[in-house]
Design a protein around this ligand. Structure first.
Ligand code: NAI
Ligand code: MG
Length: 351
């Protein structure tokens, strides 16, 4: 098949991990006879430096025409002055709005070798295989904001439609897995959460084969550490999801391992590792590329419908996690390039 993929390298280690993802996708295209084209565009701090805009018009135009988007990471100390007129993260929020990607999907599965690096005891992390679905384009991050000398406000608003579409996504995904959805809210305090809970309950009636449980966000934060293996699909609103997914990522042993997909819009989905631009290790070939490579696998599956190709990448990553020298965050000495090469070789070996 033919596919045009927009690559947004971004800042810090973003370009290093994005090029690892592209290298693996090129390899998959060769092996399976596809024609992928890659077009690089600016986002974040890099785009501010070059165009004065964290999501310049030419990037927007390319995003709207793409089949899928592979993103590195954005941000860094150079652009972090809170009073600066434009900030790199504005590029991310603008992109999510532009593409209408309302569901942020983050799978978390522990590999035995890296689970040893998890702060949790091995008996707690055994069998963890969950997916977070975080609502991405509504809630308090996008609500009206005011600030005066004396006070400030952030409005949290959700429509029935915004809740329903993301909750449906969670139920449909649970059907392909262990058939359990945990909906996370703060319904004992917040009106938006009470609406969220009632919509989730109504949607559940359309999925009688999937179990629904409601969980308050504060107790969810606790259960994620005490019994993470009990969860299958967890769906929640934007801010709760932001916080809980960071908490969950720690379970995997390294931030560098976890992929994500932002999907649900009419156009391209966005695939990116969950980590940031890691300025402390940028430019040294120390970055773990596996989170980006696994994001590329999600791109193949969700945006291009290439299931076998996605499985080939995931099997290659599993093989590397089992047998190869890994990057420093995983206790190894390998460079970004060496790990990427090992994944590409494992893709070939299985051919
Ligand atoms: P970070 O994820 O960039 O780094 C946290 C720690 O994890 C650092 O010690 C870093 O070296 C390490 N790390 C992260 N990714 C790694 C990888 N692939 N391989 C090996 N080690 C890795 O988070 P931090 O330091 O809080 O933020 C740095 C910048 O990134 C900030 O400007 C922040 O705003 C931005 N950021 C961007 C995100 C995005 O583009 N989606 C997400 C999170 C943060
Ligand atoms: Mg976050």
């Amino acid at each position: 098949m033919k596919a045009s993929i927009v690559v947004l390298p971004g800042d810090g280690i973003g370009p290093e991990v994005a090029s690892a993802g592209v290298a693996v996708l090129r390899q998959i295209a060769t092996r399976f006879g596809h024609e992928f084209t890659f077009a690089e565009h600016a986002i974040g701090g890099d785009a501010i430096d070059r165009f004065g805009d964290p999501l310049p018009p030419q990037t927007r135009e390319a995003l709207l025409a793409a089949d899928a988007v592979l993103l590195g990471a954005v941000g860094g100390p150079k652009w972090s002055d809170p009073n600066a007129p434009v900030r790199p993260e504005q590029g991310l929020l603008a992109m999510r709005k532009l593409l209408g990607v309302f569901a942020n999907v983050r799978p978390l599965k522990l590999h035995p070798r890296t689970a040893a690096l998890s702060p949790l005891k091995p008996e707690r992390t055994k069998g963890v295989d969950l997916v977070f679905i975080r609502e991405l384009t509504g809630g308090i991050y996008f609500g009206a904001k005011t600030r005066s000398e004396h006070d400030a406000t952030d409005e949290c608003r959700y429509s029935v439609e915004e809740i329903e579409r993301v909750v449906r996504h969670a139920f449909a995904l649970a059907r392909t897995r262990r058939r359990k959805v945990t909906s996370v809210d703060k319904a004992n305090v917040l009106e938006t959460s009470r609406l969220w809970r009632s919509v989730a309950t109504r949607v559940a009636a359309d999925f009688p084969d999937v179990a629904l449980e409601h969980q308050l966000v504060d107790s969810m934060a606790m259960h994620l550490l005490t019994r993470p293996a009990d969860y299958d699909v967890i769906v929640t609103e934007n801010m709760f999801g932001d916080i809980l997914t960071d908490e969950a990522s720690v379970l995997a042993g390294s931030l560098g391992l976890s992929p994500s997909a932002s999907i649900g819009g009419p156009g391209a989905g966005v695939y990116e590792p969950i980590h940031g631009s890691a300025p402390d290790i940028a430019g040294q070939s120390l970055a773990n590329p596996l989170g980006t490579i696994l994001s590329a696998a999600m791109l193949l599956r969700h945006s291009l419908g290439l299931t076998e190709e996605a499985a080939a990448v995931e099997a290659a990553v599993d093989h590397v996690l089992e047998h190869a020298d890994l990057t420093r965050d995983l206790g190894g000495t390998a460079t970004t390039h060496a790990v990427t090469r090992a994944v590409i070789e494992a893709c070939n070996a299985k051919a």
